[in-house]
Ligand binder design. Sequence first.
Ligand code: ELE
Length: 296
Amino acid sequence: MTRLLCIGECMLELAPAEAPETFRAGFAGDTFNTAWYARRLAPAGLEVAYMTAVGQDTVSERLEVFTRAAGIVPDFIRRPDRTLGLYMIELTEGERSFAYWRGQSAARTLADDLDDLPGIGPGDMVYLSGITLAILPEAGRARLLAALDRARAEGVRVAFDPNLRPRLWPSADVMRAVVMEGARRADIALPSFDDEATWFGDSDIAATADRYATAGARMIAVKDGPRPVLLRTPDGAAWVAPRPVDQIVDSTAAGDAFNAGFLIGLEAGLPPTEAVQQGCDIAAKVVARRGALADI
Ligand SMILES: O=C(O)C(=O)C[C@H](O)[C@H](O)COP(=O)(O)O
């Protein structure tokens, strides 16, 4: 692959600082976080690009500068008269939850007039998540799914993290239906068991892997927090246990960082179980720091 194209929303992030009731501003968003860690891990010859829509205001310009400085190519394909979404991380003993202000964000328009995905060809990879699909209006979603179909027909592979966020969807039924529409375009699926069990009722981690395999994914890594990852490939299933982590400061972006480590590991030709281990190792570094983007 020569290009990894990540698609979604990058927001302004407020992450808890050391002093109580103080927050540090940054930029983050699940697919952007994956692009960030992928850039750090990928060989120089692999271009990591981020496709989204931003506004025309100063904070949107700052995101573009930040993206370039991180070595990520900004495919900011629309610049409507809107601004970035905002989210705040709330921590309870290291476990994160989020408050969002993103209902009118520029990123929601990213597929409004989308035709083909920018700059990708046979052998390249597109990465998106359930959040990417959740923020789009129905017409935008249909355009993005159609663009994925065309790209796949030309030999582009799709990696997909369902990243279930029920608050971003009109109902749990719509979330389940659209997420599985996304999953049907995925060559690689990267679900998290706790969310999948809650929202799809999977009885165990193998049931999650089965559901994404039935949808069509050939390679599936089911994350389960600090517990072993279930890897399923056409050759069979394997468990990979993450190395123990001393202290979890902030679990934000653990899954996103895992995805970057895994995908870049596969690309580098690691055996899939070692790619999983690389994903776990990066996630372990990320949870030891506050905020989504850690300078690993
Ligand atoms: O919720 C969203 O829309 C965001 O993009 C904010 C966060 O940066 C990611 O959600 C973190 O993702 P996890 O790896 O699941 O912790």
